[in-house]
Design a protein around this ligand. Sequence first.
Ligand code: HEM
Length: 147
Amino acid sequence: MRNLLLAFALLATLGCAGPAGKPVQTSVTGDALYRNLGGTEGITRVVDAFLPRVNGDARINGLFLKVDHDDLRHLIIEQLCTATGGPCTYTGRSMQEAHSGLNLTNADFNAFVEDLVAAMDQVKVRKTSQRELLALLAPMRMQIVGQ
Ligand code: HEM
């Protein structure tokens, strides 16, 4: 877990974001990561393991009290599907817009990522796929933290 988070922190400083913080779709990987995660079904399993962890995480769950959880679930599935090269279109707001006014810190971001890694471990996503997914999310940190 520690190595994965370290790699993630490194990628966050090296990465670059797409326009307006939208997920970056890489032509290098095509839809390989989407397929390796088990497609929309596999991504849904990850998100359904992830959101209860966030809701049970006292470090950050206060931020989600007024959030419509079904909407958030749907948008995160859509976003991860799009970012990993799947046949979806993300219909939500940009990361900057969605997190504006929340004043999120790096600690909030790290807690969120820890919950995601734990969820991926829980549903047995391979570490190589975990690293690839975290590498896609890392550049979003700058659109999310401090907005
Ligand atoms: C790479 C990391 C993250 C991703 C991919 C992500 C993704 C998303 C998405 C797709 C939405 C819905 C956008 C919309 O409503 O149109 C959202 C909203 C939200 N996110 Fe994040 N998020 C990330 C990090 C975080 C962190 C670190 C926190 C707090 C600890 C957080 C808290 C929230 C909250 C509270 C909302 C609802 C905002 C509202 O409805 O006003 N997010 N996020």
